[in-house]
Design a protein around this ligand. Structure first.
Ligand SMILES: *Cc1c(COP(=O)(O)O)cnc(C)c1O
Length: 346
């Protein structure tokens, strides 16, 4: 084999899921699977998590949500939160995908889609708690809840959740966001909505701020063993994905690896340390199709060098590499192209 390989560890994923679920209980895990499960492969990850007992999956968009549904069948609930087209919304209703709804216009679109599908749409109404990206503004909340409740009484929707997303910029801002959130939840309940779930937090706040957790916690990164950039290590969490590339040529003091910028390896990673059979060495250069690393005694074509991963060969985590170049661990993994083979291992 001459190409790079992203090794995906089933056992690490299971252990991370267990650690996250234990940490956040009694809040229930919604496993976030956007960007093809953060580059780990959506189908495999959904199946593994479902077998481990995970019952909520967050998919970002409807097409990915339908892929999750195809894997988990009736065993899991799937939540797609980005604003979708009418056609997608109708497919979501038919496929039993819960929809996140963050504008009144989208609420009307979903109601119309449910009417056409002949089935109620399950929706989670999003309150804007300060991020100003998507979400119903507090001043518009009363009207949106009234519209949703009216559609619920008419049988077009089921208002099953209220949710929002935190900026995670400071604790004080997140505390204020929670106050806005809880007022919105109280108002929805007072209107008669039988909410099944309320959810506010992603990885970092779910892990570190128990008082902010709702009945569901939407966690992506930490479930794949990706800690926050500039954040601390996490008890019981380790990287699920490790990237290796084979030595393709050996020269005087250097070894060339069969991975390069075209495979999605950032050229700015030059200077990072990687794990070689002879110990940790410096990555000197990342060219278009190759990377050059300082050599070790006995370096041979075909040996594997570990670029990032769980650390079993001395390599750093994806997040540690990302911190060198001012990005996040998720990005280091998701930017790898399809030329990198994904291999699921135990
Ligand atoms: C990405 C995302 C999450 C998960 O974030 P992590 O930090 O990866 O856990 C949760 N909710 C929303 C709305 C997101 O976009």
């Amino acid at each position: 084999m001459t190409g790079p390989v992203l090794h995906i560890s089933r056992s690490a994923f299971r252990a991370d899921l267990a650690a996250v679920r234990q940490r956040i209980e009694p809040s229930e895990l919604m496993l976030v699977m956007k960007d093809d499960a953060y580059g780990h492969g959506l189908e495999w990850a959904a199946g593994e998590a479902c077998d481990a007992g995970v019952r909520w999956f967050g998919s970002y968009d409807v097409p990915a949500g339908l892929r999750v549904r195809a894997v988990v069948g009736p065993r899991g609930r799937v939540f797609a939160w980005t604003t979708s087209t009418a056609v997608e919304a109708e497919a979501a209703v038919a496929g039993g995908i819960d929809l996140g709804v963050g504008t009144e216009a989208y609420l009307r679109l979903v109601i119309a889609a449910a009417r056409r599908a002949g089935l109620p749409a399950r929706i989670h109404l999003k309150i804007d708690t300060g991020l100003h990206r998507n979400g119903i503004r507090p001043e518009d909340w009363t009207a949106a809840v009234a519209l949703a409740r009216e559609a619920e009484r008419a049988g077009f929707i089921e208002l099953v959740g209220v949710w929002s997303h935190l900026a995670e910029a400071s604790d004080a801002e997140d505390d204020e966001a929670q106050r806005v959130f809880l007022r919105a939840v109280a108002e929805a309940r007072a209107s008669g909505a039988a909410l099944e779930h309320v959810h506010l937090t992603a990885s970092a706040a779910s892990w570190w701020r128990p008082e902010l957790r709702g009945s569901l916690s939407r966690v992506g990164a930490f479930c794949y063993g990706i800690r926050s950039a500039d954040g601390p290590e996490l008890d019981g969490i380790r990287p699920v994905a490790s990237l290796s590339a084979p030595v393709v040529e050996v020269g005087d003091g250097w070894a060339a690896l069969g991975i390069g910028a075209f495979d999605g390896l950032a050229s700015t990673l030059a200077g990072a340390h990687v794990g070689t059979p002879g110990g940790v060495r410096m990555l000197r250069r990342v060219d278009a199709t190759r990377a050059v690393v300082d050599s070790w005694p006995g370096a041979t074509v075909g040996q594997d060098v570990w670029i990032f991963g769980a650390g079993d060969h001395g390599e750093h985590s994806a997040t540690a590499l990302a911190e060198r170049i001012g990005t996040v661990g998720e990005e280091t993994i998701t930017r790898l192209t399809a030329t990198v083979r994904r291999v699921i291992e135990d």
